[in-house]
Design a protein around this ligand. Structure first.
Ligand code: XMP
Length: 541
């Protein structure tokens, strides 16, 4: 494994992802993690370290540092930006404090290393291609020209004296120390190889992994599945386990992994809140029961949910009611199941690595937490205290998708847009009735069908219809209509924290609009939402 120490850069987890894309296992750990702590983890066969960038200056009062044992472990270390400055300083070099001046944005590094000998010693630049600008304006043969690479810079301070044994391998116009290296595999990049603005960043990371650290590309989806299955078997033994499916990819893949590990000791549960999309419950049942052959308890709780939601217009109250009611239904059904078929000890959840990283506790992997799902009075019957199984807790979303495909989850499911827990309840603006939900279900299906037909579904982060309480005058045939306004929302996004409205083609928008007003009688006007996030949010409520 390659351990990435997180110094707080917004792109730290991108480093981890880049490494994993090369089929090398990587974990992101807090900067304060010690070598001893890492060595105590049996599942880590550490081949090297990366110190990420971060917002600090090494001269800040509470600047995060690095366990010296890591820097002296003899294992390769790649310091990126702050990570390079920290490494240089801790090993006896010096960092120049710059007030207010920053090198930010695109830059070009020029490799000053005496090519042949240094390439063989440090290996980090092996196989890299000169930038296109260099190949088109060559006045000398390529092998005699120093390699120039476009990179992305973002830093204030810079290293101005090297630690002993280090050498400068590359400079930029404004920075004489852009890349440093020690023959023992210690390397510093002042730029960011992990971002796409550094076109050959991935090649540099690959060189570090395979040429400097000697990693093997063996962390494949099949290997992940095998390891996870083994871990689940050990954790769960002969006990029974329950998994709540949401219709999304995470809970489905978690269930598939558990099922592969322990078969029918797993029972899946799907609660239909009445706020699901057209055909959603049926699809879950069909796929799990008939296609994947996994036992499924499907619960129709529409009346219960809609009863609780009647007359409620405040979005946050809608969310709270649905969240609480869900837990109640889930518990009641779990108690029933346990009474009928025997004690259930475990609950499987689709927690992903980013949630784990965010909760800062990195040390709970593989250990079951005892939780109660019960939040109302009286406490839970003894047999309802679950231990948690989280098969995806070391995986990013893309990795979960890859594993889902590998395990036979239908492609359509694997690539589904995320759908909020409260479902259509937060897409019917104002109070919710079954009639309104039915209108929205029809509208939503048309929007998604047309987007799929146009072949742009996968490019979008999310797309849906919103039913507004606005009514407006229209004319249809010879008659006046007074119908509902439906908004169409489609966004492109990487992480759902920010998003842009999708530039759907006018033809596609026209088809959606035509079908909406022709096929859903209650709708007589369609608008397209052209706000980005921020300032708007993706959902309307
Ligand atoms: P917003 O509307 O905040 O949405 O831009 C960002 C992402 O979160 C989803 N979302 C929710 N998911 N429960 C959920 O499980 C919720 O209450 C909820 N509200 C928003 C939204 O669909 C989008 O993917």
């Amino acid at each position: 494994a390659i351990i990435v120490l997180d110094y707080g850069s917004q792109v730290s987890r991108l480093i981890t992802r880049r490494i994993r894309e090369c089929y090398v296992y990587s974990e992101l750990v807090p900067a304060s993690t010690t070598l001893a702590e890492l060595q105590a983890k049996d599942h880590l066969d550490i081949k090297g370290f990366i110190l990420s960038g971060g917002p600090s200056s090494v001269y800040d009062e509470d600047a995060p540092s690095c366990d010296p044992a890591i820097l002296h472990s003899g294992l390769p270390v790649l310091g990126i930006c702050y990570g390079m400055q920290l490494m240089a300083q801790q090993l006896g070099g010096h960092v120049e404090l710059k007030h207010g001046t920053r090198e930010y944005g695109p830059a070009t590094i020029e490799v000053v290393a005496d090519a042949e000998q240094d390439y063989a010693t440090y290996r980090i630049f092996e196989g890299l291609k000169p930038s296109p600008e260099q190949t088109t304006h060559l006045d000398r043969p390529a092998q005699h020209t120093p390699l120039r690479l476009p990179v992305w810079m973002s830093h204030g301070d810079s290293v101005d004296r090297l630690p002993e044994g280090f050498k400068v391998l590359a400079t930029t116009e404004s920075n004489p120390v852009a890349v440093i290296a020690h023959p023992k595999g210690m390397i510093g990049f002042q730029f960011h190889p992990e971002v796409t603005h550094t076109p050959q960043g991935k090649e540099l990371i690959k060189n570090f992994l395979f040429r400097v650290c000697g990693c093997e590309a063996s962390w494949t989806p099949e290997k992940v599945i095998d390891e996870t299955v083994e871990r689940i078997r050990q954790q769960v033994g002969k006990e029974r386990i329950l998994c709540a499916l949401s219709g999304g990819v995470d809970s489905a893949v978690a269930a598939l992994l558990v099922h592969k590990a322990i078969g029918d000791q797993l029972t899946c549960m799907f609660v239909d809140t009445g706020c699901m999309r057209e055909g959603e419950g049926e699809q879950v049942a069909e796929t799990f029961r008939n296609h994947l052959h996994i036992p499924l308890v499907a619960i129709d709780a529409e009346e219960r949910f809609l009863g609780k939601l009647a007359g409620v217009t405040d979005p946050e109250r809608k969310r709270k009611i649905i969240g609480e009611e869900f837990i109640r239904v889930f518990e009641e059904e779990a108690v029933k199941l346990a009474t009928e078929q025997g004690k259930i000890s475990f609950l499987a959840q689709g927690t992903l690595y980013p949630d784990v990283i965010e909760s800062t506790s990195h040390d709970t992997a593989n250990t079951a937490k005892r939780i109660k799902t019960h939040h109302n009075v009286g406490g839970l019957p003894e047999e309802m205290v679950f231990k948690l199984v989280e098969p995806l807790r070391m995986l990013f979303k893309d990795e979960v998708r890859e594993i889902g495909l590998e395990l036979g989850l239908p492609e359509e499911w694997v690539w589904r847009h995320p759908f909020p827990g409260p479902g259509l309840a937060i897409r019917v603006i104002g109070d919710i009735t079954k009639e309104k939900l039915d209108i929205l279900r029809k509208a939503d299906k048309i929007v998604i069908d047309e987007i799929r037909r146009a072949g742009v579904y996968r490019e979008l982060g999310q797309a849906f219809a919103v039913l507004t309480p606005i009514q407006s005058v229209g004319v249809m045939g010879d008659g006046r209509t007074y119908g509902n306004l439906v908004a169409v929302r489609a966004v492109t996004t990487g992480d759902f924290m920010t998003a842009d409205w999708a530039r759907l083609s006018p033809e596609l928008l026209a088809r959606i609009s035509n079908r909406l007003v022709n096929e859903v009688h209650e709708i007589n006007r369609v608008v397209y939402d052209i706000t980005s996030k921020p300032p708007a949010t993706i959902e309307w409520e």
